[in-house]
Design a protein around this ligand. Structure first.
Ligand SMILES: Nc1ncnc2c1ncn2[C@@H]1O[C@H](COP(=O)(O)OP(=O)(O)OP(=O)(O)O)[C@@H](O)[C@H]1O
Ligand SMILES: [Mg+2]
Length: 368
């Protein structure tokens, strides 16, 4: 069978007996694996955090926290919990083996072990791990594209529907003509998003990069504010734009307008209480432009802020008018900001006296 991994997997051996470490280390090194060694449970936890192994071979009986307890702690860890753990034990009592599985172990090998069997088990679990990671990545990329197609594409289409409704009421072609530019913009934006999704499919396969251009920030902000205008009006929100007309930023226009700006602004609208305000301002600092989006909405606590970009831990709250979402907006913004060579920071507070959120994005102001 073809290997699911091309890199040299890293394996952590946690065992207090030097002889075992030597035997297992020799078998695994011969296969080209990278090895780290811990002689007790505490060291195993520290080393796992530092080296992020692909698999752990864990002796059940060790000083300083036995293998079972160490495994339990690893399985509680946000990122380390996905590492497969194979227990190695001289104990053949079914009770120990069962405990190992109960705390999240993937397999076990009994001492004295047959080296071919140990190797076969290690390789099997590595295959499963790497295939699982590949599937997770693929599934995440698909969800991202679905988010762009459903969430971000709906904005220009809703805009077009709104203009068509107005057109039904107009009385002359001259009057109707005034609205054609909005239809044209909306349709081009929608088509641009479909094109972007096509490009992103290639981007994820790593043979494509986004075409970055210097764009006038103020124009793009006006375009996005125009798209959320009706939503903001429904909540009686005031949108204040204080962006310099001279600022140019290095972005890919379609994704910046429809995914970055629209996701930030729809969040500000979604989590604002009626009558609040949203303030957008920009500032140039050396070769960077910082754009701030400030709302007076319900805000977020520290815990929410900590996980806001984590795709493995997506969380979504209903808006102040019970709007629903997926929790994909923020990770998507971060991904695009990375593609532009930019940054994103979020400041928020959710106390009764002081509540609101400020999202600040940093963009390059020139091409180099
Ligand atoms: N301006 C904001 N004010 C208060 N909370 C916010 C704000 N922006 C984001 N959040 C919080 O972060 C969560 C994640 O935001 P994100 O944009 O990723 O997803 P979402 O808005 O819930 O869903 P979607 O973007 O798919 O509609 C939100 O559900 C909300 O709890
Ligand atoms: Mg959102």
């Amino acid at each position: 069978m073809e290997k699911a991994y091309s890199k040299q997997p890293r394996i952590l051996i946690a065992d207090d007996l030097q002889k075992n470490i030597q035997v297992i280390g020799t078998i695994l090194r011969k296969e080209g694996f990278q090895i780290n060694v811990a002689v007790n449970g505490k060291q195993a936890l520290d080393l796992a955090e530092k080296t992020i192994p692909d698999l752990i071979l864990m002796d059940i009986m060790m000083p300083g926290g036995d293998g079972i307890e160490t495994c339990r702690k690893l399985k509680e860890h946000r990122t380390l919990k996905k590492i497969p753990i194979i227990f190695i034990s001289a104990k053949s009592e079914p009770k120990d083996i069962l405990r190992g599985f109960e705390v999240g172990g993937s397999d076990y090998v009994l001492k004295p072990f047959n080296s071919n069997e140990l190797l076969a088990r290690v390789k099997n679990h590595l295959e499963v791990k790497f295939y699982r990671e590949m599937l997770e990545k693929l599934s995440y990329e698909r969800q991202e594209l679905i988010h762009i197609l459903c969430h971000d594409l709906s904005n220009p289409i809703v805009g077009i529907i709104g203009v068509l409704e107005i057109l039904e009421e107009v009385e002359s072609l001259d009057e109707a003509r005034k609205y054609f530019t909005y239809l044209d913009k909306g349709a081009k934006n929608a088509y641009g998003i479909i094109e972007l999704v096509r490009k992103l499919e290639k981007l994820d396969k790593k043979d494509f990069s986004l075409d970055l251009q210097l764009e006038n920030l103020s124009k793009l902000i006006d375009e996005s504010v125009g798209m959320i205008y009706l939503k903001a009006q429904k909540k009686s929100l005031e949108v204040k734009v204080n962006v310099s007309e001279d600022h140019e930023v290095l972005v890919e226009k379609t994704s910046f307008v429809n995914s970055v700006l629209m996701n930030i602004l729809t969040n500000s609208v979604k989590f604002s209480n009626p009558g609040g305000s949203i303030t957008i301002s920009s500032q140039k600092v050396e070769s960077q432009i910082f754009v701030s989006f400030k709302d007076e909405g319900i805000g977020m606590n520290e815990k929410m802020l900590e996980s806001i970009f984590q795709i493995e831990n997506l969380k979504s709250r209903k808006g102040t008018a019970a709007e629903t979402g997926t929790g994909f907006g923020m990770p998507l913004i971060k991904k695009f900001m990375g593609k532009y060579g930019g940054s994103i920071s979020i400041y928020s507070s959710d106390t009764d006296k002081n509540h609101g959120t400020e999202v600040v994005i940093g963009l390059k102001a020139n091409k180099v």
